[in-house]
Design a protein around this ligand. Structure first.
Ligand code: F6P
Length: 474
């Protein structure tokens, strides 16, 4: 593809700001994604000449790469220069599904069931070779696109080897790496084969700055470096919390499509025997093991079992959007969520009351509608880098929302004072917290929501992005 070799600022991430679907007629439809990186990058404006390097995720993306040579049409990207990499599908599958989402995600979120897994045999080693090739493709593309002394912000566990590879190709560049996940404690990180563990750490330490969402994850990374490499060398370890995009959310949450979905949800939720709207416990997640949706449902079932007075008076609205469905372990988990929701509805439901309203189709407007009407938000991940749902709900809530929050979410460090904290493994404690949240007096809930919203928006994505860039160039 045509490369200008001049970008002063670059971003690299597995998932880019746009993805394509291929229609039956051969036409390509571009769909722009949201998220912190998109809003962060917008802070420097389209004239800054930044380039975003990302991977082709599916057939539509690969076709777009074939037609454009990888330099996407700015009409599809909102003017953003995007270089999409057409990594061969089998290499991509091994790197993304095999290493990133079956090994690294599991390590950092502590998800392995260790009597059975992991075993790190020949298949893992073959996948690792793909992970290296995938990281190398990114490093080479970044080296091609970057102007002299350019700054690059490399994102996440998919691209842990890129900083080291890029440093070797382009010693002039300023390189930052950002982990959006937690980082595993030393003993857990050492489940990985030693050579791989060292390669991952050395990869990230190729950066000038290795950054994390909270001090806790940054300290865990530094501890792993101390143990396995004797320190972090010249790399500075930094912390940049990422907050909710308050202005965007408040505006987006009051558009007509959200109002429509609120009306439909209210209809589904219905009224209690006294005619008042039922109370709602809302959760919104990708259906992904670290989110702990199953224990959330078990806690809700415990609430209904222990406190029969809540029956007919509360509805658990659970949005569990499919994620990483190429992997059996994620598909099985999704199935378990569906089964449990059905079980609870069969056990407790009545002709006029569905205790769990579960939706699995991704719909951002409906999520915002649920945020607005939630009485309680349940955010109980086993571990989470930050968790933006915990920050978004208080920002758009109409009448105040009590937050039940896992102490293992990165967001807990910033929101603990006004949330109800839970141990995500403790279903009984979570059930009690749900009761406390549901019975919280209105004025207290409103007060807490206001403070939560202020804390949640203290570090908007634009600031998160610009702070990193400034530190890198300093
Ligand atoms: O939490 C880390 C993270 O990379 C997020 O930035 C992102 O939302 C998610 O994980 C990636 O998920 P997916 O596999 O769907 O791209």
């Amino acid at each position: 593809m045509a490369t200008l070799h001049d970008a002063p600022i670059l971003v690299a991430s597995n998932r880019g700001p746009v993805s394509y679907t291929l229609g039956d007629d051969g036409g390509l439809t571009a769909r722009r994604g949201g998220g912190g990186l998109v809003s962060g990058l917008s802070a420097i404006g389209p004239d800054a000449g930044a380039v975003w390097v990302c991977a082709a995720l599916g057939d539509g993306d690969r076709e777009a790469v074939r037609r454009t040579g990888g330099a996407l049409d700015p009409a599809d990207t909102g003017g953003q220069r995007v270089r999409m990499l057409g990594v061969p599908p089998e290499v991509y599958a091994d790197a993304y599904n095999g290493i990133a989402n079956s090994a690294l995600w599991f390590v950092h979120h502590m998800l392995f069931q260790t009597p059975l897994e992991p075993s790190f045999g020949a298949e893992f080693r073959a996948q690792w070779a793909s992970y290296e090739a995938y990281n190398r493709a990114f490093a080479e593309a970044l080296a091609d696109e970057a102007g002299e002394g350019a700054a690059v912000l490399v994102q996440d566990y998919h691209l842990a080897l890129v900083p080291g590879m890029l440093r070797a190709l382009r010693p002039d560049m300023r390189i930052g790496h950002f982990s959006h996940t937690p980082w595993a404690p030393v003993d857990y990180f050492r489940l990985l084969p030693d050579d791989i563990a060292r390669q991952l750490l050395r990869g990230i330490l190729g950066a000038d700055r290795a950054c994390f969402l909270t001090r806790r994850w940054a300290d865990a990374f530094a501890a792993c470096c101390d143990e396995l490499l004797g320190g972090t060398g010249n790399t500075r370890v930094g912390v940049h919390g990422l907050g909710a995009d308050g202005d965007f959310l408040r505006e987006r949450a009051h558009r007509p499509d959200v109002d429509e979905r609120m009306a439909a949800l209210r209809e589904q939720i219905g009224t209690d025997p006294s005619g008042a709207p039922r109370r709602t416990v809302v959760r919104v997640d990708r259906t992904e093991l670290s989110k702990n949706i199953v224990r959330g449902l078990l806690a809700y079932r415990t609430l209904l079992a222990e406190r029969p007075d809540w029956r007919e008076r509360v509805v658990h609205v659970a949005f569990a959007y499919p994620s990483r469905q190429d992997l059996a372990v994620y598909r099985d988990y999704t199935e378990r969520v569906r089964q449990l929701a059905d079980e609870i509805n069969t056990e407790y439901g009545t002709p006029g009351w569905t205790p769990v309203v579960l939706h699995v189709e991704d719909d951002f407007a409906r999520s915002l509608a649920a945020y607005r009407l939630a009485d309680v938000a349940l955010v109980n991940p086993i571990r989470d880098g930050m968790n933006l749902v915990a920050k978004e709900v208080p920002v758009v809530s109409d009448d105040g929302c009590a937050l039940v929050l896992s102490r293992e979410a990165g967001a807990h460090a910033e929101l603990a004072e006004d949330a109800l904290s839970v141990n995500p493994y403790d279903v009984t404690e979570t059930a009690h917290a749900l009761h406390e949240a549901l019975t919280m007096p209105d004025d207290e809930r409103a007060r807490r929501t206001k403070r939560l919203a202020a804390a949640a928006t203290a570090l908007p994505p634009t600031r998160w992005f610009l702070d990193q860039l400034e530190e890198l160039r300093a």
